[in-house]
Design a protein around this ligand. Sequence first.
Ligand code: PLP
Ligand code: TYF
Length: 398
Amino acid sequence: MLEQIEPAPADAILGLTAAFNSDPRSEKVNLSVGVYKDEHGKTPILDCVRTAATELAAEAATKSYLPIPGLVEYREAVCDLLFGSGHEVIEGKRIASAQTPGGTGALRVAGEFIKANLPGATLWHSDPTWPNHPNVFNACGLPLKKYPYFDSQNDRLDYEGMLAALKKIPAGDVVLLHGCCHNPTGVDPTGQQWTEIASVLRERGVLPLLDFAYQGFADGIEEDAAGLRAFSTEGAELMVCSSFSKNFSLYRERVGALAIVGKTAESASALQTQLNAVIRRLYSNPPAHGAEIVNKVLRSATLREQWIADVAAMRRRINNMRQGFVDGLAEAGVPGDFSFITQQRGMFSFSGLSKEQVESLRDEHAVYIVGSGRINVAGLTPTNLKYVAEAIGDVVGQ
Ligand code: PLP
Ligand code: TYF
């Protein structure tokens, strides 16, 4: 009976890396998957991570199971990072939380939690969004709808369209927002807009779900939490999915977290038991290693300082590449104003290239970007920048 099963379609993003890997052309450049690369094109292990891992190896006393929601010290350190230590939601014991296998694991747990505990809720996501969002939430059996997000004419947030749509969402539904560094557009609301979005959702009785996978890649670790904190007002409820794949460069260790903020401490206790029940039936308890590393770095003054500097260096390199990319396009004679690329935040740039141009880039120049026109700016290096800009110049001029 298994032989009747058809192959699944290739993943919109990961399928490209598979094609890239088997491309024999030596000039090839992979700007598809959202992975940070240094100026040599490598995804490094951070020094603070290496030190923490070495210390952990020496200290390790057991490999017995973690509790269902993971390491309590890690969960507390993550909540401090998200909300700010001493925040009312922490002091008031209003958070139910779990260590999860990556940000994707957090999203799946959140989706299953919503399905089990908020029957009938529709999940609203931005148009466009990360293609894995619909994959994950469809798999949870949640009905999905979109709200407008990107103004492609002007390469900016369609704030008016977004807000008008949010004002019509029925009470009891859930709205998914990208906490910062929106994937794929690189366009985020301003601080003032976040405050307004938060109050609209709160007034309507709509639950915000923030996907926070790039903390530190826009303006800074603290600064990037401004959106999330706009939602964390007295008595407000929200859910946050956090990931340390990018900002700790711990991709394969699968480290993330889910925080659910309840109205009261009593409510949060009930939420924690429901969260544990969801995890128990999904994967029982999370893997330990990556979370132990993050916990150690966040709790050591020296390692934490190194980490903050490492994130700042990644952020600066990406921003330098943004400027270099805009300059490179001008030098390659590509017509048009590309200054919007320097305004976009995080790893990605939404280039505006058409599907056909994306295909020509790949077929004729071995430059791989996502079909939506999304470019991973963090994959640009001083070595490949000129080649990529000229390749784009060629396909745009065709
Ligand atoms: N959410 C968004 C928007 C992302 O771009 C990513 C990773 O690329 C994730 C969540 C989750 O990443 P991970 O599961 O690797 O932590
Ligand atoms: O490039 C992106 O948007 C992501 C990156 O297990 C990614 O899809 C790749 C693998 C993975 C999670 C996220």
